[in-house]
Design a protein around this ligand. Sequence first.
Ligand SMILES: [Zn+2]
Length: 322
Amino acid sequence: MTLINTVLGPISSDELGLTLVHEHFAVAYSGWECDPLSRPYNREKMVPLCLRAFGPVKDYGVRSIIDATPADLNRDVDLLRELSEKLEINIICSTGRYTEEMGRWAYLKVRRQNKIGDIMTEIYEGFMQEITAGIGASGIKAGVIKVATGHQSISALEEAVLRAAARASKETGVPIISHTEGGTMGPEQAELLIQEGADPKKIMIGHMCGNGSLEYQKRVLNKGVSIAFDRFGIEMFVPDEVRVTTLTGLLNIGYAEKIMLSHDFIGCSSGRGGRLPEEGQQKQAHWSPVHIFRDIIPALKQSGITDEQIRTMMIDNPGRLF
Ligand SMILES: [Zn+2]
């Protein structure tokens, strides 16, 4: 039994239960605050939006959600605490960093340029602070470390983040969850993390459902890490049909104990608002935090996947990751 940091304090790993391993209650992309037409940040208005989006997961027995939002996507842990209390669901929040292209890096780049600090050490110290002491003045401790890399490439900064994450994970036992761009660089992420001392059992390589090749999936899994099929419903990138076929293929060759499922859903976002064009809306029509339960599990069962395998992916594996 391991202790896990949730936004309401520590719980034991056997209290996790049915878990969605990669979702976002609220996100804001860097730069939203520079748009004069952005709506002002308003936590009071965001709470009901998030409750409406995520409340229905309770009907399907979800007990825990990992919020994969790092600080540079405008993470708001006080919002997460309020939502956890109101939903009566465990929420595990992230320390970590988003990709170099989409995250917030200017501050550390200037420190590096002026030779003030070593970037990898400073990132590592930040992770340790948020895991062991807490995030800001909230007293809330991070329960996972989120890392991210770009499309077909890992920049020097992203590599520093991976190495810092591996060190912090090794020292604290806190797992690492990742963002891959379209499922690329999965083997490379796993290799770097393991090389720097992270335990493969504490690593979940994310967004792997972006890649339909069983051979590629096996290259990642053979490193001993777990993978996540965590973008069900985001059909702008890959049709769910491809995700289900790839997942079924992996389950049929015995990888149930290494795969976890989620949606990468976003409950609400900041900025000026707006809608996707018609085509995008159609492709995202099924994206919701209950899509797996409503549509994906029935599809898996039709292709012969058992309740036992689904239980392994959604209950046992998240517990084991911690
Ligand atoms: Zn995400």
